[in-house]
Ligand binder design. Sequence first.
Ligand code: Z5A
Ligand code: MG
Length: 209
Amino acid sequence: MTRGLFIVIEGLDRTGKSTQCAQLLNHFSVSGTNAALIKFPDRTTSIGQMINSYLQSKTDINDNAIHLLFSANRWEMSQNITDTLNQGTTIIADRYAYSGVAYSVAKGLDYTYCKYPDRGLPMPDKVFFLDLPPQLAQQREDYGDERYESLDMQTRVREAFMKLLIDNQYIHKIDVTGQSIDSVHDTLKQQLEPLLTQQQQPIKHTLFM
Ligand code: Z5A
Ligand code: MG
């Protein structure tokens, strides 16, 4: 049996990640491909509940500690990701370790340090970074509800993502400025076609350069 594909959608807040994940899930379902959606942080676990409380500014957690909690939240899902892929189901992830690095670096933590806790996690077959200027993302509905949702922070997060993009060329930037939901979805679908051969290869565990 061929394994499923592991696709990650990344981006700043409000750039349309969840919208595009839902569109991709629907696309796979219509085309008869088994697919599942996961989201990080996974706020349903006990670690996820600590993260949720932190994001909603109900608790304060040391920057290093919250960085490790975000990573732990991925590790607690990692065996499930591997098993699901090996069972032939494609996984679409709404954020992953790239957000983990970018948001912590934006707060001032060291770039090399930030990558360490996630080393060894299942590696995605493709990472899409939905790029939208923070000033435009800010104009979208419900912006500013949680910690990190400020223009200043988002600008620094984008800079950190740009460094990740340079160092990890398998991350594909898609400029979504002025693009409709359908048009972004079409671009994503086009990028997925060449990936089908990767399903013959075992899952890698080399996330970061
Ligand atoms: N975080 C971290 O620090 N470390 C980590 O390791 C991880 C995360 C994994 C989680 O937020 C927070 O945790 C996040 C990073 C940090 N920082 N903050 N705050 P989240 O992922 O739960 O939520 P979010 O990132 O703030 O994003 P979001 O609110 O889920 O936005 P989105 O998913 O990118 O966008 P959307 O919901 O699909 O769309 C937003 C709106 O735009 C909505 O009204 C759509 O209808 C509209 N939209 C979507 N696409 C379009 C287009 N193409 N045109 C026009 N309008 C559109
Ligand atoms: Mg979302």
